[in-house]
Design a protein around this ligand. Structure first.
Ligand SMILES: [Zn+2]
Length: 172
């Protein structure tokens, strides 16, 4: 099985870049590869950064059958509900860990598909949570950074130190 980028790798902390259209071959291949990797690892969502690419792309499939992959490129949340829910989340890049994260129950997303066509769609509950999780990846945030529902910069700061130490150790 192909490995994913895993915590505490500092690469997961980097911000991903806007994707240009039309997609070049490499990026087109990347979207197909990400779908394959998401299913291989039994995830419901996967961001490009998790397979080693700093592109603003994520894929998602929250259906049970696992045959309805969706590709989201350059996504932006343009509207969200007032109501939110705090729940536990896991991440394929942080095996065995969980974060308690507050997410909006409903979001409206603007994004492009692999053909460069623009979409606007509203998502609820599980899909809305999954999208907010993947959007965090594009900003270099992880669900395990959250404490009691809230994103904690403090927690992130200390982790970054730990990560640098880790990187220094694994480089030597
Ligand atoms: Zn994740």
């Amino acid at each position: 099985m192909n490995e994913l980028v895993e915590y505490p790798d500092v690469f997961l902390r980097t911000k991903s870049n806007e994707v240009k259209f039309p997609l070049d071959d490499r990026t087109a291949r990347l979207t197909k590869w990400m779908i394959k990797m998401m299913y291989q690892h039994h995830g419901i969502g996967l961001a490009a950064i998790q397979v080693g690419y700093q592109n603003r792309i994520f894929v998602m499939d929250c259906t049970r059958a696992g045959q309805s992959p969706q590709i989201f490129i350059n996504p932006e949340i343009i509207k969200h509900s007032n109501r939110s829910l705090t729940d536990y989340e896991g991440c394929l890049s942080a095996p065995g860990k969980r974060g308690e994260v507050k997410r909006y129950l409903r979001i409206t997303l603007e994004y492009k598909d692999e053909k460069g066509e623009e979409h606007q769609k509203t998502f609820y509950n599980m899909e809305a949570r999954c999208i907010q999780h993947e959007m965090d990846h594009l900003e270099g945030r992880l669900c395990i950074d959250y404490e009691n529902g809230e994103y904690s910069r403090e927690k992130n700061k200390s982790q970054t130190m730990v990560e640098s130490d880790f990187r220094a150790k694994s480089d030597s």
